[in-house]
Design a protein around this ligand. Structure first.
Ligand code: FES
Length: 111
């Protein structure tokens, strides 16, 4: 019988060109959502390696809630991007935990 923290969770995301992906993970498999996506799915991402400085891991939450509060670095970096929306977040600031289950989001390219 699997331990409770070995449970596999899923989320859905759309890449920069609108392609849809289903992703799976276990809790604490990666430090952040950015690292998970970079390792398994995305290329050329996370230029600052998760320090909330570069904005290349910008995502828009489409369905679901990210409960982790935004810190000053994330808020500051998002304020410099031209395509932010109300539900913008930096994936590198989102921990990989069970609360991401069924989350739906879109990767945004800065323009
Ligand atoms: S990886 Fe640079 S802001 Fe997230």
């Amino acid at each position: 019988m699997p331990r409770i923290d070995d449970q596999v969770y899923t989320f859905t995301f759309y890449d920069e060109v609108g392609e849809k992906y289903e992703a799976s993970f276990v809790v604490n498999e990666y430090h952040s959502l950015m690292e998970l996506l970079f390792d398994k799915y995305a290329e050329d991402w996370g230029d600052c390696r998760g320090r909330a400085w570069c904005g290349t891991c910008h995502i828009e939450i489409l369905d679901g809630i990210v409960e982790e509060a935004m810190d000053a670095d994330e808020r500051n970096t998002l304020s410099k991007l031209t395509n932010t929306v109300k539900t913008s977040r930096l994936a590198c600031q989102i921990p990989v935990n069970s609360k991401l289950n069924n989350l739906v989001f879109k990767i945004l390219k800065d323009n």
